[in-house]
Ligand binder design. Structure first.
Ligand code: AMP
Ligand code: MG
Length: 494
């Protein structure tokens, strides 16, 4: 393709960037271009997402389009920059920043919304420390699959527009094919961005960041006198809803460091995350989480801890008198556990087909979870079976405990005005038939990385796109995985 035609198809792609982040004080980023890659090749493009962003699918698939998704060409209007941030990693505070990602800008969608467009794996930046700035095909496809599955499950998340193979090898444990992922997010503002501002910025820089965050995500509080306290409260509210949504589907993030908590309330940073099969609150998949800090059952508490770090960073803005600022922050933080609990309880009631509220509901739920743990029941399968009113065919459903519980549950459903059919419908809308099960994700990644066969992944993506709809043709994705005596392990930052 000659230069002129490339320019035309780049222009046609529909990029409509603004770069409000680049207008923040200089300390918050470093302008830097992506490092070009040898031989970009499109592996997967998210066409519905492209369309919703106002992008032209054909133009993105063209050589010029793929070159932009690889970082070899800068689309019109983009101002590539690496964001500066800090974070508590496993409890230890450190300076971080985009070490292998670049923000191209904010795409203004046809609906007038702003979406960050970020290339992940686009080369080294001033924040790379000892990293190579690159990413491998396997982990980027993993992020693509799981983030899109989360979106289909109705959970707030960053999304994946494309994965492009770079034609270059990256060195991990072994040599791996390299890739660049295009990540789409409400923004990449994190708890860690505020920690960075509070630790190394001036008070004016901190308030500029807070005002920017408010403009971007909470414009309805911008005119309020106590807007920074409201900002804290809004961020807490969104996290309460998000973490409850994770717990309800058995999603384990795996690396809930403060730099991986997005202020917009989206799930971000799909590294060692995975869905739980067997219900065990202590489940951990991440190879580096040896203490179980980010185990399933700890996620709500860790979110609260991270939010306390956010509140700390905001202290200078909450009140001129520090003791008063601390008091306000504490009051806001203390509301997190009950907000989480409300979302979780509402979600669990829906999973059990319960419309109204009784004080005993929580006991009913906890008793079920207790039995699921005891009988090592599959989390997703158990709830889906309940929603179909079909015995699960496992040790749990054959147990005496379970039949007693089942009677209590049926009696409970009898104490509401809604019909059994309405209950069942609510349950099926609340408990997915298909989640990205670890063995299926691994199978798709293995075919992609070892054989360059993307068909297994394509089929998996299809199966996960409508997780609540009963689709017999995708039955194998609903099956409980074969029992393995090897624990499933996931990895960070690969
Ligand atoms: P994560 O565990 O993905 O949240 O990453 C933690 C930090 O390490 C972030 O600052 C990343 O940008 C950085 N990082 C991860 N992988 C690489 C890499 N291959 N090269 C440079 N920086 C990296
Ligand atoms: Mg991160």
């Amino acid at each position: 393709m000659d230069g002129k035609r490339e320019e035309i198809s780049l222009g046609k792609a529909g990029w409509n960037f603004d770069n409000s982040y680049s207008r923040l004080p200089q300390v918050f980023f470093s302008k830097i271009n992506p490092t070009p890659v040898r031989l970009p090749k499109l592996i997967v493009l998210n066409e519905p997402l492209a369309v919703s962003l106002g992008l032209d699918v054909q133009a993105l698939r063209s050589a010029a389009g793929v070159a932009t998704l690889a970082g070899n060409r800068i689309p019109p209007g983009a101002v590539p920059l690496a964001q500066a941030y800090a974070g508590h990693q496993f409890g230890h505070f450190t300076m971080l920043g985009d070490g292998r990602a670049l923000l191209l800008g904010e795409q203004i969608t046809p609906r007038g919304e702003r979406s960050d467009i970020q290339l992940k794996g686009s080369g080294q930046t001033p924040y790379s420390r000892r990293g190579d700035g690159r990413a491998a095909v396997g982990p980027m496809l993993r992020e693509y699959i799981i983030s899109e599955a989360m979106h289909a499950l109705g959970i707030a998340t960053t999304r994946s527009l494309a994965v492009v193979a770079t034609g270059e090898a990256v060195l991990r444990d072994t040599e791996q094919p390299g890739a660049v992922l295009t990540r789409v997010a409400a923004s990449h503002l994190r708890v860690g961005t505020f920690q960075y501002a509070a630790t190394w910025g001036t008070p004016a820089e901190l308030s500029a960041l807070a005002d920017y965050t408010i403009q971007r995500h909470f414009p309805f509080i911008a005119a309020e006198e106590n807007r920074y306290l409201l900002l804290l409260q809004e961020v807490i509210r969104r996290q309460a809803a998000l973490i409850a949504a994770w717990q309800l589907v058995g999603f384990i993030h795996g690396v809930m460091n403060t730099d991986n908590m997005a202020l917009a309330g989206e799930t971000i940073d799909y590294g060692p995350c995975a869905f739980m099969d067997v219900y065990d609150p202590k489940t951990v998949f991440s190879s580096i989480d040896t203490q179980g800090r980010y185990a399933y059952e700890n996620q709500p508490d860790i979110a609260g801890w991270n939010l306390a770090r956010f509140a700390e960073a905001l202290l200078p803005l909450l009140h001129a008198e520090r003791p008063q600022a601390i008091r306000l922050a504490q009051q806001a933080i203390e509301r997190f556990p009950s907000q989480f609990q409300q979302h979780w309880l509402a979600g669990m009631r829906a999973k059990l087909g319960i419309f109204n509220q009784e004080t005993e509901d929580e006991t009913l739920i906890q008793d079920l979870l207790g039995m699921m743990k005891k009988w090592r029941a599959d989390y997703t399968h158990t709830f889906r079976s309940l929603s179909l009113n079909r015995p699960g065919g496992d040790a749990l459903s054959g147990s005496e405990d379970f039949s007693l519980w089942h009677e209590r549950w049926q009696a409970r459903l009898g104490r509401q005005k809604e019909t059994k059919e309405a209950s069942q419908q609510l349950m099926q809308q609340s408990s997915p038939e298909r989640i990205p099960r670890n063995h299926r994700v691994e199978e798709a990644l293995e075919a992609a990385v070892q054989q360059g066969d993307y068909s297994v992944m394509e089929r998996l993506l299809q199966a996960l796109a409508r997780p609540f709809v009963h689709l017999p043709e995708y039955a194998e994705y609903a099956d409980i995985p074969p029992t393995s005596n090897r624990p499933y392990r996931t990895f960070c930052g690969t």
